[in-house]
Ligand binder design. Structure first.
Ligand SMILES: Nc1nc2c(ncn2[C@@H]2O[C@H](COP(=O)(O)OP(=O)(O)O)[C@@H](O)[C@H]2O)c(=O)[nH]1
Ligand SMILES: [Mg+2]
Ligand SMILES: [Zn+2]
Length: 311
């Protein structure tokens, strides 16, 4: 009996491999999933056994799936999942700012960095509109972001107007799922439009003036990048919120550069304690003052707004 079973098993396996294709869920509308297989979109339903009542994350945009005759039959294990926006397998958050017009907001920038560390998605920093600065001004600007080197975070300086640095950006995004975040007016829609051909997003002032409801796209959409990979259509990660960090030690872990220093106390918070390695490093300019001040700001905020409530 053994041989028969094995042959049937093998036939079955071959059959499945021929008739099924692997793809990525790029959109979900009213129970239909749109699965991208090399730039072709398949409208699919989700197999019953993969449905769990009232669960929005059964199958989400970004999932790698197996489809068989218009039915999603398997969802591959996820690398990660985010809920706002709802997306799986996000590789990079592109923290997008302009060096000028609107002026660079370091506090907001640090908040976005903190969020990407908290949600465990690698940040990539893009600074747009560099043609608005002189060489000297740009160098000073670059120096102000020097602390990112220490965190192994790449910064790409671009100008969509002059088409500078776009190729470098494309190389970073290739074959990844990425999302752009950043304040309004920095050029996110312009950048997305440059990188893909699917949908033309409104740029500039017009988007602010559109009547209520026009921009309320509910779900997340993945757009095919020209170089391969995907980008989320709506710039979603513009968070001004401090993420829900549970404890001071969790917070300290999100400031990777602090971990290189030894303090007198093992549980040093680097605030008022004596013989604090982090504060010593700050005095020697080994740790950036901007980062330390931001750390204190987050620490105090969480202490007052969140941690005390559990005491
Ligand atoms: N000077 C300059 N302006 C740019 C550049 N890229 C985009 N813009 C302009 O900045 C404004 C805001 O761009 P938009 O893409 O709508 O920004 P978003 O709000 O981040 O999506 C528009 O007027 C764009 O034309 C650039 O590289 N240099
Ligand atoms: Mg926009
Ligand atoms: Zn310390």
């Amino acid at each position: 009996m053994g041989i028969r079973v094995i042959i049937l098993f093998l036939l079955n396996k071959i059959f499945i491999e021929v008739n099924s294709i692997k793809g990525v869920v790029v959109n979900k509308i009213q129970g239909y999933y749109y699965v991208d297989v090399e730039n072709v979109k398949y409208e699919c339903k989700l197999k019953g056994k993969l449905k769990f009542l009232n669960k929005k994350d059964n199958c989400v945009v970004g999932d790698n799936v197996f489809i068989e005759n218009g039915v999603i039959s398997e969802i591959y294990p996820r690398k990660n999942i985010l809920y706002r926006p709802l997306v799986a397998n996000l590789s990079k958050i592109v923290i997008t700012f302009a060096c000028k017009d609107p002026n660079f907001d370091i506090n907001r920038f640090n908040l976005m960095l903190l969020n990407s560390f908290f949600y465990n998605v690698k940040p990539l920093v893009v600074i747009n509109k560099i043609e608005l600065l002189t060489d000297e001004e740009l160098n000073i600007f670059k120096e102000s972001l020097d602390f990112l080197k220490r965190l192994n975070i790449k910064v790409i300086y671009i100008s969509t107007v002059k088409n500078t640095g776009i190729d470098l950006l494309e190389a970073e995004l290739k074959n990844c799922i990425s999302a752009l975040g950043g304040p309004s007016g920095v050029g996110k829609s312009t950048i997305i439009n440059l990188l893909q051909n699917d949908i033309v997003l409104e740029t500039g002032e017009t988007s602010k003036k559109t009547s209520r409801g026009r921009h309320t796209t509910k779900g997340t959409n993945l757009l095919n990048l020209n170089v391969g990979g995907y980008i989320i259509d709506t710039p979603g990660f513009s968070s001004l919120d401090i993420p829900p960090i549970e404890s001071s030690s969790d917070l300290i872990n999100l400031f990777e550069e602090f971990n290189d220093y030894k303090c007198k106390f093992n549980n040093c918070m680097h605030i008022n304690e004596p013989q604090c390695g982090v504060k010593n490093a700050l005095e020697k300019n080994e740790i950036s003052k901007v980062r330390y001040d931001f750390y204190c700001y987050v620490f105090n905020n969480l202490k007052n707004e969140r941690w005390n409530k559990y005491d």
